[in-house]
Ligand binder design. Structure first.
Ligand code: KIV
Length: 275
């Protein structure tokens, strides 16, 4: 059983060994202060390309660049001592070929200090997953709803709703597990499908809109905190209302500045006393 006091950094083999055992707790982080707050509580800290929507205000994850992921990945590694840090490869940095994927992933590993990369895709990405894994780069897969494919999927909708679509997601999961992915995110699929995949693949599944049967769960931290409210998927549970707290604090500050009650004497510097 892991505890908040544990300070050894969890590695990929530790997470891989959680298959069917203690659930893997995962959240996203994009900055050092957030990473420091989450680190005692999570096993896998994901620097997700969701930062494009959550931090930068893009409509999708597609404009996110490798340089952005590297800057945020390094910031998150600086804020963690215990969690295994995984950085997303962004759109167009890996889909072209295994060699392109290797160059992008190698930069992430060398320039951030993260333990692994994540990439989206199934059967079509299996060759790249095998190429990276064989060359010392652990890969977290991502199947089901793949946000970088929003234009071919036609929106952020659950996938695998009919038998043929479900069979494709199962084949994707098997392909990347066979190729050497150490675990995989299963996003936005039918509960029964996520459960079946978890039974079928020998590596941990990490659900987001998946199933409680998955070997772990991940959420976007800003969703869980109530900080990002542009769009809230069905699978999000809000554990706090930090957005409301920020808004109330800003309103209180604005009122005090306008009424000249802030700054008070205790916030002002006085002259040094002589002698
Ligand atoms: O980009 C991201 O944050 C993700 C998680 C939602 C799994 O891929």
């Amino acid at each position: 059983m892991s505890t908040a006091k544990e300070t050894r950094r969890l590695g990929v083999p530790d997470l891989r060994a959680r298959k069917g055992g203690e659930p893997i707790v995962s959240l996203t982080a994009y900055t050092t202060p957030t990473a420091k707050l989450l680190d005692p509580h999570v096993d896998l800290m994901l620097v997700g390309d969701s930062l494009g929507m959550v931090v930068y205000g893009f409509d999708s994850t597609l404009p996110v660049t490798l340089d952005m992921m590297i800057a945020h990945g390094a910031a998150v590694v600086r804020g963690t001592r215990r969690a295994c840090v995984v950085v997303d490869l962004p759109f167009a940095s890996y889909q072209e070929s295994p060699q392109q994927a290797f160059r992008a992933a190698a930069r992430v590993m060398a320039e951030t200090g993260a333990q692994a990369v994540k990439l989206e895709g199934g059967v079509e990405m299996a060759e790249s997953v095998a190429f990276l894994t064989a060359r010392g780069i652990p890969v977290l897969g991502h199947v089901g709803l793949m946000p970088q494919s929003v234009n071919t999927l036609g929106g952020y909708k659950a996938v695998g709703r009919d038998a043929a679509a479900a069979e494709r997601v199962r084949a994707d999961a098997r392909a990347i597990a066979d190729a050497g992915a150490f675990a995989m995110v299963v996003e936005g699929t039918m509960e029964s499908l996520a459960r079946t995949i978890t039974e079928e693949v020998p590596v941990p599944t990490i659900g987001i809109g998946g199933s409680p049967a998955c070997d772990g769960q991940v959420l976007v931290t800003d969703d869980l905190l109530g900080l990002f409210s542009d769009f809230t998927p069905k699978f999000v549970k809000r554990y706090a209302a930090v957005g409301q707290t920020i808004s109330e604090a800003a309103a209180a500050y604005a009122a005090e500045v306008r009424s000249r009650t802030f700054p008070g004497p205790e916030h002002c510097f006085g002259m040094k006393k002589p002698g």
